[in-house]
Structure formats: C-alpha cells, structure tokens
Ligand binder design. Structure first.
Ligand SMILES: *Cc1c(COP(=O)(O)O)cnc(C)c1O
Length: 422
C-alpha cells in the first residue's frame, strides 16, 4: 500500500500534486512519502510484536539523510555496509548501539571508524575478516561485538544478481563450518560473540527459503550453546520482496514472514534483528520524468523521457519491471497504446520498458515510475554528465527538497586539472 493516488485528475504524493513539485524543482526527480515509509516500518513492528526485536533498516536501499532520520526517529536501527553509510547513520542521529555493520569487505579503517564511534555488532563474513577485526579492536583497546554471517546454501529463488544464500555466492561462512569458526572467535581477546546472522537475498517472493534457512540457524544456535557459546541475538537479514505491479503477483506479507520467524527462532530466548530495505523504501518512492519526444520507429513507438538509466538503473541491471503511469489521470476508457519507454543515454540498454501497454502520453507530459524508492537514487550516477537528480520528501500537504540537483558548475567543480595543465 502506498500514498500515491490521483486527486482531481492529477497524481499526488500524499496531498501534494506531482505537477506542482515538477513545476518547482524541475524533472526528473525522486519523491518519497513520509506516510508510506512510516507505515512500512510499522508493518514490520507489528509482524514482530511479542518478540524482543530491532528493525535495522538496510540503508543501502535508500540512504538519504531525511529518510534514515525519519526511520531512526521511529526507533529503527540501521544496517550499514560501508564507512560512508556508517557516517550517514551517525549524521542522522542513530546511536551506535542501533547500528549493525554488514558486508564482505570491511576495511581496517571502516572497522576502526565503527569501533570508535560505537557499534551494535559487526556481521562477520569470513575468517580473514574475523582475524583482522580482532587485531583492530585489540590495537584500540576495545572488544568488537560480532555475529558470524552463515551461508545456509538455500536457494532464495530470486534474480541471480541479488541471491546471496547459495554456497557459490561470496557471502558468509558455510553453515557446516560455522561451529569451528565460532570456536576460534571465542578464543579471541578482541572479539565478543553476540549472535548469529543470515541473509539469503533480495526481492524474495516466496517464504519457503526463509523457513528453510531459519530452521538451520535455530539448529546452529542449539549446537553453539551446547559448546558453551553464548548466543543472545539472531539477525535474520532482509530481502522480503515487493510487488512491482506485474501480473498482480502478490509477494508474501510481513505478517506471514513474522509468523515464520516466530515458528523457527521465536522460542530461543534471543533478541531478533531483521534488516529490511526494499520493503520499507521501495513502494514509498516514485521517479517522475517528462516526455521529451514521442518518436515513431519501424513498427514501434518510442517514449523518450528526460530520465535515463543513470537515474534508475534497475531495468538495465536486473531486468526490473516498474509500473509507468501518466501524472495526469487518463480519461476513463481511453484506448491504451504501446511504447518502448527509453531515456536519452547513448546505449540501447537505456530502456525502461519494451512494448509497454499504457495510456497515450504526449511530449511535455509527465510520467511516474512506481516502486522506485529503493535502489533508485542510491544507484544513480552522472553518466553522460547528467547531473544527479533531486530527491523530494512529502509529508501531508507539504514537501521539501532533501537533496538538491547540482548546477552544472557544481558538477564540473568536482573535477580538478593537474598542476601541469594551465
Ligand atoms: C541488501 C541487504 C539487505 C536488504 O535487502 P532488501 O532486499 O532491500 O530487504 C539486508 N541485509 C544485508 C546484509 C544486505 O546485503
């Protein structure tokens, strides 16, 4: 559910007309809804109610400071995967004890940054990382709280680029080797074991892989405890899919996910952590673009937009399907047409949709991509020297730009000439 609906014939974000935002900030732009972000956070709170838990929003999905501050103020923790994300979380006022640090390639500097600034736990993904962290912590006279991310070798049945729980993926330590690595960790003076971590992938549309993975985690916890290793937290990762409105496929509900958590690991006396990203931010955001031209091709029509693959790379990168709707509500019963929806970048990959059946749109008219709040703005670039597009946050009947569009001068000003050129 989201808060993007037609009112008086114009698509609104909550109570703000997207046409009004476009007139003020120009196109293209991202727009996020406070009410939707809040609601998605609360849906997870409800799903885990009755269990001691912390929702650590995976901020790689959308790390705008305003978005993470909004979630942090609701009580969310953060799952960070880089020093930069850690700094963003701190800048948004998230206390270190609510920040977990994930990722396969944490550097010494990142470890030091988090140990000095405060951290809830590192989710350790390999033995070399464990040794490194022990060394860094000892050198600082600190003890690093850790979980070990185990790889359960479970098929998440999602897109290959975002599946992470199979043995061929680079993530985690094979669950069969976990006990051995926990024993090593238990002997390290710079390490304190606090729990177990697992994350099997993103955009999961089936709950069965979760159930299989979480059962294996529960078995592991029992085994670790029998060896005298204290496990007080279980981090279950993120990855719950969202509807991208195609074929009316209905992904699982957080409530049903919560039932699986309860059933598999709910009675171990552990604090439960989850790391949802996409489900919180995805349907809380739109990308709004203007049509530059409608071009008649050989047997096709191209809708050429002022947004491109550098602004929203998901279709090019993951073959993602985004619903594309006109901002001015189509007249009832209007005959649909068929477009290849493309951007201006000089690559055939700069195609958002092929043969998309949708209401007719004319040059100068606005369209909105739904479900663009996660892995949209954060994955954008200035390829083709197209300045980063602005992000806007709506709250009720008002809005604010939460990341402005740089001017050409600002964009060029980031390059410097070497001293030997005058
Ligand atoms: C990407 C990621 C997540 C979030 O995945 P979503 O599909 O956005 O929910 C959570 N945990 C880890 C470790 C991740 O890498």
């Amino acid at each position: 559910m989201d808060h993007f609906n037609y009112q008086d014939g114009v698509l609104h974000a909550e109570d703000v007309s997207l046409a009004d935002i476009a007139a003020e900030v120009g196109t293209p732009f991202y727009v996020y809804s406070t009410a939707t972000l809040t609601r998605h956070y609360q849906v997870f709170e409800e799903a885990l109610s009755g269990m001691v838990h912390l929702i650590c929003y995976a901020m790689k999905a959308n790390s705008n400071l305003a978005v993470i501050k909004l979630l942090g103020d609701l009580g969310a923790g953060m799952d960070v995967v880089s020093g930069g994300e850690y700094m963003r979380a701190k800048a948004a006022g998230i206390p270190g004890e609510r920040i977990v640090f994930s990722g396969v390639g944490k550097t010494r500097d990142e470890m030091q940054l988090a140990l000095e600034g405060g951290i809830r736990q590192f989710n350790v993904e390999s033995e070399p990382e464990l040794y490194q962290l022990d060394k860094v912590a000892q050198a600082l006279g600190k003890v690093a709280p850790i979980t070990i991310r185990v790889n359960p070798d479970v098929d998440a049945k999602t897109h290959a680029k975002i599946a992470t729980g199979k043995s061929e993926n680079k993530f985690g330590i094979p669950i069969a080797r976990a006990v051995e690595v926990y024993r090593e960790a238990a002997a390290m003076p710079g390490i304190e074991i606090v729990g177990v971590d697992v994350h099997i992938g993103s955009q999961l549309t089936d709950l069965a892989p979760y159930e299989a993975a979480y059962k294996l985690v529960a078995d592991l916890v029992a085994q670790l405890r029998s060896e005298g290793i204290t496990i007080r937290r279980i981090d279950l990762g993120g990855g719950l899919g969202i509807p991208y409105v195609r074929d009316n496929q209905a992904p699982p509900l957080p409530r049903d996910y919560g039932e699986i958590v309860r059933r598999t690991v709910g009675d171990l006396g552990c604090e439960i952590e989850i790391e949802p990203g996409r489900l919180i931010a995805g349907n809380a955001g739109l990308l709004v673009a203007e049509t530059i031209y409608v071009k008649q091709g050989e047997g096709r029509q191209f809708l050429i937009l002022d947004a491109a693959m550098n602004d929203l790379i998901r279709p090019a990168m993951y073959d993602a399907w985004h619903d594309i709707v006109p901002v001015i509500e189509p007249a009832p019963g209007v005959e649909q047409t068929r477009y290849d929806v493309v951007g201006p970048v000089c690559e055939s990959g700069d195609t958002f949709a092929k043969e998309r059946v949708m209401p007719p749109v004319a040059a100068g008219e606005l369209v909105a991509f739904r479900s663009a709040g996660a892995y949209g703005a954060v994955m954008s670039s200035e390829y083709n020297s197209r300045p980063m597009i602005p992000e806007v946050l709506v709250n009720g009947d008002h809005f604010a730009v939460v990341r402005p569009r740089p001017t050409f001068d600002e964009m060029l000003g980031r390059d410097t000439l070497p001293y030997w050129m005058s």
